[in-house]
Write a protein that binds this ligand. Structure first.
Ligand code: PLP
Length: 390
């Protein structure tokens, strides 16, 4: 029997990305012989402490921040948890109201639910059919208790981009207004935006933002929090004096060095392959619809619905042909759970159940996209033939 290695096509880059070989190369010494604890005063510590600060400078430069505003964490989830809980509790004496959106990642959504159980009030802003929040809705939900606004920059499921700059300018204008006594902090989960589109933190008037290395071809388990100078925030992790005495725990030096390199080699995306994929599928599959917006969206993310089929079925059949995508629904204990994002967008339930997300990466080729355009239409046809929904 001939053993063939199967060609695979990876289109799930919003879930995670391949570690770039250049990143691995700079990490390796810090996973082997450069092992000193950065807090140690000897040569071994000096070497890793220098590497840490170099990486911090690189990350700060890419974001348009200063190195005093960058704190390394264990990833996007920790950054979101720390920023939300830390700002909420540190500013509790000024108010207890938080505004976020219905389309956040669970790392924000569930942190807000936790805060609700602990004395805070949270408004979850609704979105329109493309997943967009409105500044007017935000304005009318503000109260004199509002201390924090957290808005995801680019949604991980559908790719929709929120009007961060507009919101940032508005929040800054009220904080600058001397008749209003309080400051409303502005946070964004910018994890999906970084590395895909041009980005400068100061232009958005953010007080805090969250980043994750493994979404930008860096290693897993490392990320950063941007916290603007002067922001009142409590710790999440208590212990040692690391990270300017704000985030305890011996630093993940290898991860941090890798994160720095991943930032340094960012190659922004264009939407050519996404356009090609969308058009190719549209021409070959009836009853297909787009979730989100084609234009106001991440250049790599395409979320599509196929009427009368289950997203999980599509994922399985594509997987059998070596194509990796993810579905907007998750089958838990036999029940199909539709995504909170599609629900918030008021997506027709029949469509929401048949949704899949393509998230392209820097290594995908035109040939791979052509392959998907060839393979998917017969899969949809086959699933529709056996669909109990039809
Ligand atoms: C991946 C992701 C997270 C979580 O980041 P981790 O580093 O995996 O913890 C949070 N928010 C968004 C939008 C993400 O895409």
């Amino acid at each position: 029997m001939k053993c063939e290695t199967k060609k695979t096509i990876y289109l799930d880059n919003n879930a995670t990305t391949l570690l770039d070989p250049q990143v691995l190369e700079v990490m390796l010494p810090y996973l082997t012989n450069k092992f000193g604890n950065p807090s140690s005063f000897h040569l071994f510590g000096q070497e890793t402490s220098d590497a840490l600060e170099n990486a911090r400078n690189t990350v700060a430069d890419i974001l348009g921040a200063t190195n005093k505003e960058i704190f390394f964490t264990s990833g996007g989830t920790e950054s979101n948890n720390w920023i939300l809980k830390g700002i909420a509790t540190a500013n509790q004496n000024k108010g207890n109201h938080i505004i976020t959106t219905a389309v956040e990642h669970h790392a924000v959504l569930d942190t807000c639910k936790y805060l609700e159980k602990n004395g805070f009030q949270v408004t979850y802003l609704p979105v329109d059919g493309t997943g967009l929040v409105s500044l007017d809705a935000l304005k009318s939900s503000l109260t004199d208790q509002t201390i924090l606004v957290s808005i995801i920059a680019a949604n991980n499921e559908v790719g929709t981009l929120q009007p961060l700059k507009e919101i940032g300018e508005f929040l800054k204008s009220i904080s600058d207004n001397s008749t209003v006594r309080r400051k409303i902090f502005f946070h964004s989960d910018t994890i999906q935006l970084l590395g895909k589109m041009p980005f400068n933190i100061k232009n958005l008037h953010l007080d805090a933002a969250s980043f994750s290395a493994h979404k930008i071809y860096g290693p897993k388990g490392i990320g950063a929090a941007y916290i603007k100078l002067g922001t009142k925030i409590d710790r999440l992790l208590h212990g040692g004096y690391q990270e300017k005495n704000r985030r305890a725990g011996t630093e993940n030096v290898g991860g941090i060095v890798g994160f720095g390199k991943a930032c340094e080699i960012i190659k922004l995306y264009d939407n050519k392959l996404k356009q090609k994929l969308y058009q190719g599928l549209l021409d070959n599959i009836p009853d297909m619809s787009l979730n989100g917006s084609l234009e106001n969206s991440l250049p790599n993310t395409l979320n599509l619905s196929f009427k009368h089929v289950e997203g999980e079925g599509i994922v399985l059949l594509l997987n059998a042909q070596g194509i990796a995508v993810s579905s907007g629904s998750a089958c838990t204990s036999g029940l199909i759970e539709t995504s909170h994002v599609l629900k918030a967008m008021n997506t027709d339930i029949i469509c929401a159940r048949g949704s899949i997300r393509f998230s392209l990466g820097k290594n995908n080729t035109e040939q791979e996209i052509s392959q998907v355009i060839k393979i998917l239409p017969p899969i949809i046809k086959r699933l529709r033939k056996m669909s109990p929904l039809l």
